[in-house]
Design a protein around this ligand. Structure first.
Ligand code: E4P
Length: 217
């Protein structure tokens, strides 16, 4: 399973990259705003910086909701680097844009996926990734992980190449459950990724090893 980090924070991206487990980055307009990155040229330059830090795919979201605008923005963003994956919302115009970019060999990530039908449409249109939002479904007392299972089944039935990029991760167990289901990718905050490191038996076991080593010296 690939690990993407879900942030526009350069320090956190660098930390995850240095850990040696990072396969890519996802951002969205809210994450950009959280870092105080505003204005089209600043956002464009920020994507450049992210691409310089990581080796893998970097999702860059379009703002336009019109087909022509999505195409224009996506073409512009894709010139930054081969790493750029144009992130397109799940709308009728979005599906048309997915098809356009697929025909033009530009990678895409279809975002705001909340049903298997939406994922199926995005896959049919040639999306490289679909991003089902687990946490936001859980937030409304729905079952985010069931959506991942359903999409897995649909994609496996027809051998779709589109990768399931589980998003809106809220905690460590979401990552583990996604891995069990067979999600291709998980995008998570740094805290959830490094949270996987922790186990009290590891801490107490290491302490005992080091204490015993001291006694023997
Ligand atoms: C990533 O591609 C999504 O935009 C992100 O995971 C959404 O997460 P949120 O529901 O915590 O905003």
């Amino acid at each position: 399973m690939k690990f993407f980090i879900d942030t526009a924070n350069l320090d956190q991206i660098t930390e995850a990259q240095n850990l040696g487990i990072l396969d890519g980055v996802t951002t969205n307009p809210s994450l950009m705003a959280k870092e105080g990155i505003t204005g089209n040229s600043n956002i464009f330059n920020h994507y450049k910086k992210i691409c310089e830090i990581v080796d893998g795919d970097v999702s860059a979201e379009v703002i336009s909701t019109e087909f022509n605008g999505m195409v224009e923005e996506g073409n512009h963003l894709s010139k930054i680097s081969d790493q750029i994956v144009v992130k397109i919302p799940m709308t009728k115009n979005g599906v048309k844009a997915l098809k356009y970019f697929s025909n033009n060999n530009i990678k895409t990530n279809c975002t705001l996926i909340f049903s298997p039908g939406q994922a199926l449409l995005a896959a049919k249109a040639g999306a490289d990734y679909v991003s089902p939002f687990i946490g936001r479904l859980d937030d409304i007392t729905s079952d985010g992980l069931s959506l991942i299972s359903e999409i897995r089944q649909v994609f496996d039935n027809y051998n779709f190449k589109t990768e399931i990029l589980s998003a809106s991760i809220r905690h460590n167990m979401h990552i583990i459950d996604c891995a069990k289901i067979g999600s291709d990718v998980v995008t998570a905050p740094l805290s959830s990724i490094v949270g996987l490191l922790n186990h009290p038996l590891t801490d107490s076991g290491l302490k005992k090893f080091l204490d015993d080593h001291k006694k023997g010296n």
